[in-house]
Design a protein around this ligand. Structure first.
Ligand SMILES: Cc1cc2nc3c(=O)[nH]c(=O)nc-3n(C[C@H](O)[C@H](O)[C@H](O)COP(=O)(O)OP(=O)(O)OC[C@H]3O[C@@H](n4cnc5c(N)ncnc54)[C@H](O)[C@@H]3O)c2cc1C
Length: 385
């Protein structure tokens, strides 16, 4: 039997914790380095489509049950035209998705998903308040220097799961800033009781606006007690990227004043709203180098229009763990290339598709996204470097 690998994961977000759970189940010696002092109850929605739920379910019955305890199961995925309200596509989700893809769609508060993963991974293996700053590969493995002066040495693998501003990515490819897209997003949560008369309130509904970046998405949250509202629009003047900055509900309503009354009713019900600018990067040609690799937003941050950001991070985590299963320390670079090879094409296609924002607008087949099984996808030999 091969010795367990000593694996460090930079970032204890959804992707980092999913990878930690998957790698630990294989017996590896895993430590998560997280910059925050604590898991914070920050953010709101996470939309997990069937491909993401299937990947998550394989991480253990405890995680699957904990996620389902607070999530909602949207009944359908519906597209509507912003002004007329005309329905342009309708996919059955919930039980129908479970029959077709082996898992339903779940919509869940980000903090509840994080808590489900955190519960399954030993807390003493998370080193909080550890912001990774300097990363180098030495003869004894990877060394990481933290902002507080501490360090970790001798890692067989370092996984950069440290989000869109990844320090691991910068160590591998040089520092460069993500690109402002010219689009801002508003997020709000309203009690469903207030909007219960809006048709199909239990569905995931996307109101396609007059411009590609203009849309309102709504879906149930917290087992349907709440409804989540996510609206995007072009706004060049606002560059602040934040999960906690308050926006103005009057501004929100102003942007969508010409939308159909059912869409406007959702905005009228909002008491408060969060606002953030959206950033993205282009697909990378590769993201593994020696004993370093990336996952999630660190390597493929994307626009939210296909709702696949968290799903891609969870799929990455599963495929990474499969590629490192039973691998000896000297075979790590090869295993990381196999992981990357299995993921590059899919994540790039979804990054580009998310930017184009046309997916399922007028129907179409969702199987290539929802039908993907991270636990079964073949791990081929990497192309020569
Ligand atoms: C606080 C927060 C709130 C969010 N809220 C939402 C939301 O409401 N809706 C939504 O759709 N998406 C939200 N997202 C984004 C979404 O979670 C991610 O796009 C997606 O899940 C991909 O996850 P990830 O693990 O790759 O990256 P992230 O979720 O961004 O996680 C990265 C983790 O790495 C940590 N980190 C960053 N840099 C370092 C470093 N140098 N050293 C150590 N640790 C580091 C961060 O603190 C974070 O915990 C949020 C992200 C964050 C960080």
């Amino acid at each position: 039997m091969t010795n367990p690998l000593k694996i460090g994961i930079a970032g204890g977000g959804i992707g980092g914790l999913a990878a930690a759970c998957a790698l630990q189940r294989q017996g590896h010696d895993v430590t998560v380095f997280e910059q925050s002092r604590e898991y914070l109850r920050v953010g709101a929605d996470i939309n997990l489509t069937p491909n993401a739920v299937r990947a998550l379910d394989g991480l253990g019955a405890g995680i699957a049950a904990a996620a389902r305890a607070s999530a909602a199961r949207p009944t359908h995925r519906i597209s509507r035209t912003w002004d007329t309200g005309e329905e342009t596509s309708r996919l059955p989700m919930s039980d129908a998705a479970e029959r077709q893809y082996g898992a339903p769609q779940l919509t869940i508060h980000r903090a509840d998903l994080l808590a489900a993963l955190a519960e399954a991974f030993p807390r003493e293996r998370v080193r909080f308040a550890s912001r990774c700053e300097r990363i180098e590969e030495t003869e004894d493995g990877v060394a990481v220097r933290f902002a507080d002066g501490g360090e970790a040495r001798g890692l067989d693998v370092l996984v950069g799961a440290d989000g869109i501003h990844s320090a691991v990515r910068a160590a591998m490819f040089g520092a460069d800033a993500p690109r402002f897209t010219g689009v801002v997003a508003f997020r709000a949560v309203v009690p469903t009781e207030r909007v219960k008369d809006v048709p199909d309130i239990g569905a995931f509904t996307k109101w396609w606006g007059p411009a590609p970046e203009s849309q309102i998405v709504t879906f149930p949250l917290n087992q349907g007690r709440d409804t989540f509202v996510f609206a995007t629009t072009a706004q060049d003047a606002w560059h602040e990227e934040s999960w906690t900055t308050e926006g103005s509900v009057e501004e929100l309503r102003g942007f969508y004043a010409d939308f159909h009354p059912h869409a406007r009713a959702l905005l009228d019900a909002c008491d408060s709203v969060l606002k953030t600018a959206l950033y993205e990067r282009d697909p990378l040609p590769r993201w593994s180098q020696g004993r370093l690799t990336l996952l999630g937003d660190a390597c493929h941050p994307m626009m939210p229009f296909m709702a696949q950001g968290a799903g891609m991070a969870i799929e990455d985590a599963v495929v990474l763990a499969r590629a490192l299963e039973g691998v000896a320390a000297d075979a790590v670079p090869h295993a990381l290339r196999r992981y990357e090879q299995a993921r590059l094409e899919r994540t790039a296609r979804i990054q580009v598709g998310s930017r184009g924002n046309n997916w399922l607008r007028a129907g179409g087949n969702a199987d290539w996204v929802y039908g993907y099984d991270a636990w079964q996808v073949p791990l081929a030999e990497p192309a020569a470097a």
